[in-house]
Design a protein. Sequence first.
Length: 529
Amino acid sequence: MSALLFGGEVKYQERVPRTDAEGNVMYESDDCYLLGEKYIDCLYLDAQAPEVITQLVMTHGNLDRYKAGKNKGQLKIHKVKSTRPQTKWADTTFKFPGLLPISAMPKVLADKFAFDPNARRNGDYVGKRFLPCGTPVYSTSGEVLTALSVHGFEAGKLLNRKATLDKDNGTYYISHEYNADGSVKKTKGMLQYVGPDNIIHHSLNCTATTTGRLSSSNPNLQNLPRDGTSKVKQMFTSRFGDDGVIIEVDYSALEVVMLAALSGDQALLKHLVAGTDMHCLRLAAKLKEPYESVLEKCTNHDHPDHKAYKQMRTDIKPPSFAAQYGASAQGIAFATGVSLEYAEEFLAGEAKLFPRAIAFRDVVYQAVCKTGALPQGLCREQDDAGNFRVYRRGYYQADGGTCYSFRQFDVWNPETRRRELDYKPTQIANYWCQGEAGYLMTLSAGRVMRWAIQHPEFLRKFFIINNVHDALYFDCHKDVFREVGLAAKAILEDAPQYMSRELGYNISHVPFPAVAEAGPSMYAKEVIQ
């Protein structure tokens, strides 16, 4: 795949003519019968009807037979050299010109493929193996295909689409690999986990993520595709049949609200409370237009500028999400396909809109640097070449006591244009925020379970079936679905008061809105009134 996309030679084997010591081509021999002076292939003649053989004998002469010995009277088999050369396997190579020349890529992407045989370190997508021509084997992972797709390379789009379809089929449905005898060699897909009760009993893991959030396995039911892209969620219906519903209770913009609460960014909090369309707000700042004017153009289908502004609102989403996760200007340009200048301007706008939220990253960074500088923060590890190297590990402790640990990596410094040991900006920006949001979600799930135990009349009529980062799912009988859904919503919204009262947080003044929906499946739900 690396050679196909980026160019280079690939080894393979092919059948080539076999030659003798003098270099002459050697030919295969066929088993033939002799009719008069004509040789006819044994297999051909043996397959013919008697009348056809009689006609051939009349045309060419009698079949040659053994005149004496133990085979006397039997048809004699002659070895006749054919026109088919004898062949053998031989190593060869084929050179692909490459569909996506690295030289044609924008710099922010080409840097990831930068290769210099004399350099101490090459681009992130340069592998350690080499093709026969000396070209490195470049990564063709999903991340790379997505990046190529984002930057407009058609081959990247097609391969990324194929990878997505393969993943959907292998992940959410069921597929089999077979042995040569037709027996099943390997089974993949979510539906292999359906139990005899027609229920998938997946696992929720408490200690598998860096941020402390729950993860899911066997299968991963925290990774179901969104309703707009797939209908997978239609498969998940109530165990109570027509008498049941699936309930989803989820926080609105949980991580953004948590960021506003912990950083004390009143500007961000004000917009969240007011229900401001954050993408329209960012677009208004970029265009230097009033927010109300941009919102009108984005939402009013009859406005003459609606189509253009709706597209601009869509275009501003990817940089927004990348910035939220702490990406640098170069990182935003790489991940979203915008220019480096656009990314730098976008980050400057974010700092003006939400100064406290952005500045709080430095609070975390300083705490990590301070703890990492302690004697116990010095660590060492052995690299793949067997060399030892040192790095530091620091932590940030949240109000509830959770310590978020960070280690140094080789990080690109755009100012010095060198790789230096430092803590990753993306981790500093979002690990603690994800973790605290996950902590609030897990705490709320536990309080819902406690509520259920205190209401035994409901215990056989609803089941907590999943937790997906910012949402709880229930399988519920119609008789009690409204009480369960609204009670869970109230418990989720009470989390900041509970955490401030019991765990030392100061976030009781921040609303954490939640929405409760119910319907016949995970796919079709309506808000519970």
